[in-house]
Write a protein that binds this ligand. Structure first.
Ligand SMILES: CC(C)(COP(=O)(O)OP(=O)(O)OC[C@H]1O[C@@H](n2cnc3c(N)ncnc32)[C@H](O)[C@@H]1OP(=O)(O)O)[C@@H](O)C(=O)NCCC(=O)NCCS
Length: 181
């Protein structure tokens, strides 16, 4: 699915663009995920797991564009990708009402309202394709994510004890949330 370009004004007065990435944005997206993996411990990907290539990234971008049950929205400040999110609807009929989201913003752009704007857009899309519930997971201790998700109406529905092994070897829970759409 393709998300049509939309500009949003941030709290700091800057304007950024939300849109589905094109194939030609492959390098910007690799730079984005590589930076995210080094600057936050709260995404699943570790820095040493960033070995995307032009070919794999182009294919990844196209999968989202061609599939009617998922969408990717990237946040661009000029040519730089500074945030990204995606929505994936479960495929089988019995679970087709459930959409799942993942989101990440670069540190320099925290707390400017981007996360809220992205979840608002994803909720509209999820509803428009017939989903009745929205789901996500986050790593216990990620207070920014918790704050964003609670603000957007998600509630905790369970946790996987020791679901995440952090870089220092300690285990933390993975928390499951949902929101009725
Ligand atoms: C979690 C994340 C997506 C939040 O995005 P964001 O663009 O900063 O979110 P917003 O600016 O829309 O803030 C939304 C709300 O979250 C809460 N929040 C955000 N940062 C917070 C903080 N430091 N302390 C307390 N609450 C916070 C607030 O309720 C805030 O609303 P408010 O600013 O109107 O009070 C972003 O911090 C991020 O990408 N972190 C790294 C990757 C990550 O953790 N991804 C989530 C994995 S599940």
């Amino acid at each position: 699915m393709i998300f049509k370009e939309k500009k949003i004004l941030l709290r700091n007065g800057r304007t950024v663009t939300l849109r589905s990435p094109d194939e030609d944005d492959w390098a910007a997206l690799i730079a984005y995920i590589t930076q995210m993996a080094t600057e936050t411990p709260y995404i699943l990907r570790a820095p040493e797991e960033c070995h995307d290539t032009e070919e794999s990234e182009r294919a990844f971008i196209n999968r989202f564009k061609d599939d009617g049950l998922c969408v990717m929205i990237t946040v661009f400040d000029g040519d730089k990708a500074v945030g990204n999110c995606n929505l994936t609807v479960k495929n089988r009929k019995k679970v087709r009402h459930r959409a799942e989201l993942a989101i990440g913003i670069m540190r320099d752009y925290y707390r400017l309202g981007i996360g809220t704007a992205l979840i608002t857009e994803l909720s509209i899309i999820a509803r428009s394709i017939g989903c009745t519930q929205f789901e996500l997971q986050y790593v216990d201790g990620n207070y920014r994510a918790k704050g964003l998700y609670e603000k957007c109406g998600f509630v905790e529905v369970g946790r996987m004890p020791d679901g995440i092994k952090m870089e220092d070897g300690t285990y933390v829970d993975e928390i499951f949330m949902r929101k009725v759409l």
